[in-house]
Design a protein around this ligand. Structure first.
Ligand SMILES: O=C(O)C[C@@](O)(CF)CCOP(=O)(O)OP(=O)(O)O
Length: 322
């Protein structure tokens, strides 16, 4: 029997308050709550159709066959919830440079959770959809929602879920992604955060600080205070990266190009162009700015980087079915 083909689109999100460590690896329960901005420019479209003729899930990503047991394990969670054993054909198109620290797993697992659950006849609430997406990749929890979203840490599968903070976004806020390297990174976020939580001597102070940062940014959103949001996000990102440096073995996602961009941001700020930077598990830098500063920033960036490396994003929307 052939099921209905369901297609969903999820946008990636960039954390302003980072998730960097799990309390429970199997359920992907984080060590702290996190908060992000969903972006309009980067998204994943995924279609799912179950087919009794299949003897395993068939997965393609950007037209290429993918064999990833993480995907099959994720689909098994959906099959168990739907009480259906049939395998599925999954076609995914990433409008994000895959696994280059541009959070492609966030949009990928959010889209797969939405298309997969609906294809198997589940009609999940947004909250339950975010709990399901969380089982694929932690940051996907937030990509179910548009604009500013949060992932409530929780303590178990039931209490660890995403929720919308503000969508549509009132604050004038954009992110400019500079794509320095779209090669898959050597240390995945999953591996990196495990090393940090297990070996960095600063991990506990990170948890205290990031809990405070969450409240600061939540308040800044309410007060439409871009400066506090940007400043706090920049410090939070660098504190996350200090965990990688202080791990054993020490490692670093920041490379020479990243530092080039960071110094440009500091020069821009010294010259009165307010902007802030954030980074995830890769060398790419994202610059947080308001609309009237975009041109000054992209002009400065184009001194060193080509136009196809520079991508401006406004706030993106939550999950939708196509
Ligand atoms: O997005 C953030 O909060 C910060 C990060 O992007 C890195 F800086 C973490 C992304 O981690 P993810 O890929 O979701 O890990 P998984 O749960 O092991 O799949």
């Amino acid at each position: 029997m052939l099921g209905e083909k369901i297609t969903a689109r999820a946008h990636t999100n960039i954390a302003l308050v980072k998730y960097w460590g799990k309390e429970n690896e199997q359920l992907i329960i984080p060590a702290n709550s996190s908060l992000s901005l969903t972006l309009d420019e980067f998204y994943t479209d995924t279609s799912v159709q179950f087919d009794e003729a299949l003897s395993s899930d068939e997965v393609t990503l950007n037209g290429n066959v993918v064999n990833d047991e993480k995907i099959t394990k994720f689909m098994d969670i959906i099959r168990q919830k739907a009480n259906v054993n049939t395998f599925a054909r999954i076609e995914s198109t990433n409008h994000v440079p895959t696994s280059a620290g541009l959070a492609s797993s966030a949009s990928a697992y959010a889209a797969l959770a939405a298309a997969g659950s609906k294809a198997y006849g589940l009609n999940l609430s947004q909250k339950d959809l975010s709990r399901l997406a969380r089982r694929g990749s932690g940051s996907a929890t937030r990509s179910i929602f548009g604009g500013f979203a949060a992932w409530n840490k929780g303590t178990d599968d039931e209490s660890s879920y995403g929720y919308s903070i503000e969508d549509p976004v009132k604050m004038d806020v954009n992110m400019i992604a500079i794509i320095l390297d779209n090669q898959p990174k050597k240390i995945s976020s999953r591996k990196g955060m495990k090393i940090s939580i297990e070996t960095s001597p600063y991990y506990q102070s990170w948890i205290q600080q990031t809990t405070a940062d969450f409240q600061t940014i939540e308040e800044a959103i309410k007060e439409n205070d871009f400066t506090t949001l940007g400043k706090t996000a920049e410090l939070n990102a660098m504190r996350m990266h200090s965990l990688t440096l202080s791990s054993d073995p020490s490692y670093l996602y920041i490379n020479a190009d990243s530092l080039e961009v960071i110094n440009m941001v500091k020069e821009l700020r010294e010259n009165g162009v307010e902007c802030y930077y954030t980074m995830d598990a890769g060398p790419n830098v994202k610059i947080i700015c308001q609309s009237d500063k975009i041109t000054a920033i992209t002009d400065k960036l184009s001194d060193k980087f080509s136009n196809d490396q520079i991508k401006v994003s406004g706030p993106g929307e939550g999950i939708k079915y196509l």
